[in-house]
Design a protein around this ligand. Structure first.
Ligand SMILES: Cc1ncc(COP(=O)(O)O)c(C=O)c1O
Length: 337
């Protein structure tokens, strides 16, 4: 079956990327952490590698940037919070490929630039900070910015929050297949993948990868922002459209999308005692860093399920990155006494 982009099926769709990860990210066991939580846990290390500290967003950007090149765009334009990993990764990808990058970020300067915001500037992105703006305001600003750039004679490529479009999600479908190959080589049959979920593209892409393969570990997203009910619908929708791009005729239902909503805390970005404990535990036992906004909360979800004896193992903790937020002292109470 040919897709609306002319791809003949999964192989062609998943090859339509700009290689920025430079090879598979490592998969390895976490022996001391596993002993602590009583379940065999492996880490898929999307937090390390090329592209400005890597993270799950690079996988989406490999496909989004290829799409931008396909349509001849010369400016990447996106939105996010001031400490957005996605915005930082977009800025880095643009620098790598010699493209202009415009970021519209909700937030204000607070002292010396730090974390992702510092990196955005270092990568040469043009940053517009909009104090007090919520998502409802940022998305129309993004569209307007693209119209303004077009009037200036530029060719902008609009990337919505988190890069969670069906095209972006293909990156994680490819990631799922990469994991499957690594598991086969290690003679490993994980039961479950646990990862942080927010704008939904990561989880949707992993779902599509599993569907392409027709087998493999189930996927559990740990929600850090959106409410129960809303996120499941969005993940199902992105998965359905990403699946179509890969030549699949399948509609995902929201009840097929597994999300743990117990770790969010009182708000997106708000630190929780459980995520702080999780960050400390992984750092102490394995020397691996997670962050308070995303990966720390996902890990807290995994630990909670392990302690309730609800994990069969082996489990893959898909480390989606986000480490720069560790260095933003505005994010919650200090991690150490
Ligand atoms: C470090 C990190 N992990 C996980 C996610 C969640 O990915 P998604 O937005 O695709 O659900 C994000 C998104 O911003 C992220 O930055």
């Amino acid at each position: 079956m040919r897709t609306d982009r002319g791809w003949s099926g999964p192989d062609e769709a998943l090859a339509s990327r700009v290689d920025m990860t430079l090879g598979p990210t490592p998969l390895h066991m976490l022996p001391r952490f596993s002993r602590e939580v009583g379940v065999e846990v492996w880490a898929k290390r999307d937090d390390i590698g090329s592209v400005g500290l890597l993270g799950n967003k690079v996988r989406k950007l490999e496909f989004l940037v290829a799409d931008a090149q396909r349509v001849g765009a010369n400016v990447l334009v996106t939105v996010g919070a001031v400490q957005s990993n996605h915005a930082r990764t977009t800025a880095c990808a643009a620098a790598m490929l010699g493209l202009r990058c415009v970021l519209i970020l909700g937030g204000a300067e607070s002292g010396t630039p730090s974390g992702n915001y510092l990196l955005d500037r270092l990568f040469g992105a043009e940053v517009e900070l909009v104090a007090g703006a919520g998502w409802d305001e940022l998305e129309p600003m993004l569209a307007k910015k693209c119209r303004d750039l077009e009037e200036e004679g530029q060719l902008p490529y609009l990337i919505p929050a988190g890069g969670s479009t069906p095209v972006g999600a293909l990156g994680l479908a490819r990631g799922y297949l990469e994991l499957a190959e690594q598991c086969a080589a290690a003679d490993l049959s994980p039961d479950l993948i646990v990862h942080a979920t927010s704008s939904g593209g990561t989880q949707a892409g992993l779902e599509v990868g599993r569907a392409i393969l027709g087998r493999g570990p189930r996927i559990l997203g740990v929600a850090v922002a959106k409410a129960a009910g809303v996120l499941e619908v969005e993940v199902a929708e992105i998965a359905t459209h990403a699946g179509r791009l890969a030549g699949m005729d399948r509609t995902w239902r929201q009840d097929e999308v597994a999300i743990d909503h117990s770790q969010r805390g009182h708000a997106y970005g708000a630190s929780t005692a459980a995520s702080q404990e999780a960050i400390r535990l992984l750092a102490h036992t394995e020397g691996i860093l997670t962050d308070p906004v995303y990966s720390g909360k996902a890990l807290a979800g995994l630990i909670d399920l392990a302690r309730q004896d609800r994990l069969r193992g082996p489990v893959v903790f898909w480390h989606t990155g986000g480490t720069p937020a560790l260095f933003d002292s505005n994010l919650g109470p200090p991690l150490i006494e």
